[in-house]
Every structure is written in structure tokens, then in C-alpha cells.
Ligand binder design. Structure first.
Ligand code: GYE
Length: 339
């Protein structure tokens, strides 16, 4: 009898304890939910971390959507694979985020996952590179660059540089073209401008063309191989679709002892205008840099803020951008730059 009573009170004690623990736990999760429900949750899908430019974009977005401003940012790196980005967006949808920001690795292949986000009622803001989808209503807004204009800026620099008498007829040009990740908006726009120039100037030739994946290592390899196939003295222009590629190609030229830049036969043009590239430009190693502005966080913040207030947002917002030649640069300017 006594034993039975002890067992009974033990069971009772367990029930009380279990109730206490479970109450405590539910109370705790309520608090966490309450805390996070005050924050607006934004999922940010990046294609990778292939360049200093992209790291600057990530930092800018993280800074813009900080907890102190009322946001919780979930950042995902797609490791240079579209499939990973699609998976990351699906995870955001399952998590029920309030907004999705997508920087797409390539332009196509987004219809299905963007439809899923739309069905879930989550606005998607495309940033940096654009998407090419069957229905533009699949995303709410785009913030980024006009890559074709960037390419046109580089082309018009070359046109002026190689037409000293200004009669519209340039010298013959042999161009080495190192492309960015194929089918990304940045590659498509920058390559399109060069392709158009090739049609307009029948004395311009692309003597080597390959994809450097926007990385220094790949571009270095491409330039090294190119120097084995073509005579360096035949090259007039090195058109690199980002700064990393320019730095990689320059490293290969250095190794081979080939001169380039201001005062040499080979003119180097590049895109992004990161601090390192501007330093090279100021020293005359890169002749012309077209800026591509990665400080897109504040632009995205404005869009999300407006959506939050129920306002209509512009479908396209282009970020402010510039171009640089060596004589326009000072050490002070470069050091004060954010990326
Ligand atoms: O030029 C390059 C990068 O999409 C604009 O991607 C971006 C490009 C940028 O990794 O450096």
C-alpha cells in the first residue's frame, strides 16, 4: 500500500514537472515569436562570392536591412549554382519571409520558383542582374545596373581613343575579350555593346574570346593561354568584363613580361571600379574603368519600405554610376571609397 502511494506521488510529481516544463517552453517560444514578429523578414539570395564587387553588395544589403532598422535579413550564398538559388528561394517561401531579394546568377530559368513566391504572396525584388521571365508580374521591382550602357561607355572610350583625327574612322583594332559568367545580365549587356561595335567597325577584330566567370584565376589562365596562341604585339585592347578578370589578365601579362596600360600598345578596359582596380587605373595599368555600383542596399531598402507602406514602387531603378580614367583619380578619392 505504502509502495503504491509512493509510485502514485512520483507519477503526480512527473506530471506537474512536465506541465511546468511545457508551459515554460511555450512561454519561451511565444516570446521569441513575438520578438521576431516585430521584425520584417527579408530573404536575400546571392549567386556566390566570386568578386570583391559581390562582397560589397552583400555588405551593403546587410547594412541596409539591420535589426536596428526593424529588419531581419536571412542571407543565402548560392555557391555559383542556379539550383542552389532556387532551393534557397523555396526555403524562404517555406519560412514565410515577408520579402525576397534575388540577385540571379543568370537571366533565365526563374519562372517556376517566382510563380511559387507569387502564389505565396511574397513580393520579390530582383537586384544587381536581371531575370528574363515570361511574365514581368512575377517580380515586383528591379534594382541594378544598365549593363548595355556600361558596355557602350567602354566602347565609346575606345572609339574616341583610336580615332585621333575625329573623322569617325578608328584605327584597326585586335581585341582580347574576357567575358563574365555566360548568360548573366552583366555579361550579356557588356558583351552586346562590344558585339554592336564590331558590326559598326569592320576593322575591329576579336582575336581571342573566352569566359572568365568574373574571377581572377580563370582570367589569368585565359590570358596565359592566349599569349601562347597569339603574338602579344598583335593585341591592341583587352576588354575584361569585370575588375577581377582585369587583375587576373594583368597578372598573366606581368608574368610574360608584356607591357600594357597608359603609354603601351595594349589598352585595358574593365568594369566595376573597385578600390583595387581604381588604384591600378590611377597608376596607368588600367586605361578605363566603368563603374558598376554595388551599394544597392539603400535603394532596396527604399523599395521595401515603400511596399511596406502600401505604396506603388517603380518597376525599374537604375543605380548611379560613373566612369574613370587615370587623370580623374586621386589617392584620397580611392581610399574614401566604400568598396
Ligand atoms: O560586375 C562582377 C560580379 O553582376 C554586376 O558580378 C555584377 C557582376 C560584377 O561578380 O564583379
Amino acid at each position: 500500500m505504502f509502495r503504491k502511494k509512493r509510485v502514485l506521488s512520483f507519477i503526480l510529481a512527473c506530471i506537474v514537472l512536465a506541465t511546468f516544463i511545457s508551459c515554460g517552453a511555450s512561454k519561451k517560444s511565444e516570446v521569441t515569436e513575438e520578438e521576431s514578429s516585430d521584425l520584417i523578414v527579408v530573404g536575400f539570395s546571392q549567386p556566390g562570392a566570386e568578386s570583391a564587387w559581390r562582397v560589397a553588395l552583400t555588405d551593403s544589403v546587410k547594412e541596409a536591412f539591420s535589426e536596428s532598422k526593424g529588419y531581419k535579413l536571412i542571407y543565402k550564398d548560392g555557391q555559383s549554382k542556379q539550383d542552389n538559388q532556387i532551393r534557397d528561394i523555396r526555403t524562404f517561401i517555406q519560412q514565410g519571409v515577408d520579402y525576397i531579394i534575388l540577385s540571379p546568377i543568370v537571366e533565365t530559368g526563374w519562372d517556376t520558383v517566382l510563380s511559387e513566391a507569387k502564389q505565396a504572396g511574397i513580393p520579390v525584388i530582383i537586384c544587381d542582374r536581371n531575370v528574363n521571365v515570361s511574365n514581368e508580374a512575377l517580380y515586383t521591382a528591379f534594382v541594378g545596373s544598365d549593363f548595355k550602357s556600361q558596355g557602350e561607355a567602354a566602347v565609346s572610350y575606345l572609339e574616341k581613343m583610336y580615332d585621333s583625327d575625329g573623322d569617325g574612322v578608328t584605327e584597326d583594332l585586335n581585341i582580347v575579350h574576357i567575358q563574365g559568367t555566360l548568360e548573366s545580365s552583366a555579361q550579356l549587356g557588356r558583351s552586346k555593346a562590344l558585339a554592336k561595335a564590331m558590326e559598326e567597325h569592320n576593322n575591329w577584330n576579336i582575336i581571342a574570346e573566352d569566359c572568365g566567370e568574373f574571377t581572377k584565376a580563370k582570367a589569368r589562365e585565359i590570358m596565359k593561354n592566349t599569349l601562347e596562341e597569339v603574338d602579344a604585339s598583335d593585341i591592341d585592347v583587352l576588354y575584361c568584363e569585370n575588375d577581377e578578370e582585369a587583375m587576373g589578365a594583368i597578372a598573366a601579362l606581368n608574368e610574360a613580361g608584356v607591357k600594357y596600360g597608359v603609354g603601351s600598345k595594349i589598352t585595358v578596359v574593365s568594369f566595376d571600379a573597385t578600390r583595387n582596380a581604381l588604384e591600378l587605373c590611377m597608376n596607368g595599368q588600367i586605361n578605363f574603368v566603368v563603374e558598376c555600383n554595388p551599394l544597392q542596399g539603400p535603394y532596396l531598402y527604399n523599395i521595401v519600405n515603400m511596399l511596406n507602406q502600401g505604396k506603388t514602387v517603380p518597376k525599374i531603378t537604375y543605380v548611379d554610376e560613373n566612369t574613370f580614367t587615370p587623370d580623374e583619380l586621386t589617392e584620397d578619392y580611392i581610399q574614401n571609397r566604400k568598396y
